[in-house]
Design a protein around this ligand. Sequence first.
Ligand code: PMP
Length: 462
Amino acid sequence: MLADPAPLTLADQWRQRDLAVLWHPCTQMREHPDTLPLLPIARGEGPWLIDHDGHRYLDAVSSWWTNLFGHAQPRIGAAIAQQATQLEQVMLAGFSHEPAVRLAERLLAIAPRQAGRDPLAKVFYADNGSAGVEVALKMAFHYFRNRGENHRTRFVALENGYHGETLGALSVGDIPLYRRVYAPLLTEALFAPSPDAYLAEPGQSAAQRAHQAADALATLFDQHPGEICAVILEPRLQCAGGMRMYDPVYLQRARELCDANGAFLIADEIATGFGRTGTMFACEQAGVMPDLLCLSKGLTGGFLPLSAVLATQALYDAFLDDSRERAFLHSHSYTGNPLGCAAALASLAIFDRDDVLARNRGTAARMAQLAAPLAAHPYVAEVRQTGMILAFEMVADAATKQPFPASDRRGLRAYRHALERGVVLRPLGDVLYWMPPYCVGEEELTHLAAVTASAIEEATAP
Ligand code: PMP
């Protein structure tokens, strides 16, 4: 007689119900659940995600880089709950509300500044990162229309950059996996070589690599005189592109080139903002202020979808006119949602209260110490770090940086191995990285380091 199958656990039941009805983002659904585990999460606690059966997973990637102070952080949760009893939503056209105003004031007060430039002066809200990028692109383009410079229609973006999944954002993205299928639908951006220090020639420093890439950007401007309305980039590191980092001098050069050629600089700090790179915003490390600054993800501490685009007064002024068409009519129903703004204000209050950036310096130094031994691994080409982001580049040969064939899916092997040991190390191709919530503690970091080491061992074995 056959034995009865083991009863389904609660997690199993939710997994089954999920797969019956849900279509997940960034997923080949056919791989669920056998090749790619599917984890129904019941609750979060600090840096931990906990499933219905009580299994705990250390969220080493901050849930797609959104979470700052841990899951279910009580102060942010309470601020949202409080706001929900007052005003949950009102359209922001023709109406205003306190959280939207207060948050705009706070963001403008902490935004990057640059000597000799008028500071960022206006905040436009949207409801996710990609939508924020769309706003910035449309604003830059529309500005030149309003000024009668109709030939300024092109965007420059960086090779290996990522700005989101909507069609405008994909047009300035350069990650083939996300882009290729939709290429016929996209507008034609100009792509400049990435300053990525990992791509430096032997003997070339990160700064030299950055200058070389900036020279190529200069050439692109020369080849397209008066055509470029903006350069868009991720400051200091290209996150979705594999946590590839670059020297801040590139930002200074890009700023100068934009100024010299009458184009805007758009900084996409959706992933790098709010302390991830060690400073509140990555642009600060170059002393550069962009004309448009895109923020999302950590903006609400990771609680709610919200984005903000900060613009200069000069840019804003070009939209003031008697004509409605000259106005920036872009709108989303949930623009500036009060709950999102309240969450963001509560998150920023934690920065003020706890001197988060100072504490993070200690955490980042500990991360460096724990990761250092892996730099000598024969299948790790580089261990790199910028602030609270640390990445391991797994390759077939560390000396030559020869990558593994993509079809090997070494990153996936590492991911599964780590999950079985209670750590979420969701890779970008063969790059494993740590971008933990800021509340991560010593015990959790040592666990993370041990699991990362064994995941790399397992994933790089023949
Ligand atoms: N820009 C950057 C730099 C990002 O990392 C992301 C998200 N990974 C986006 C834009 C898009 O944000 P969202 O996923 O909220 O649309």
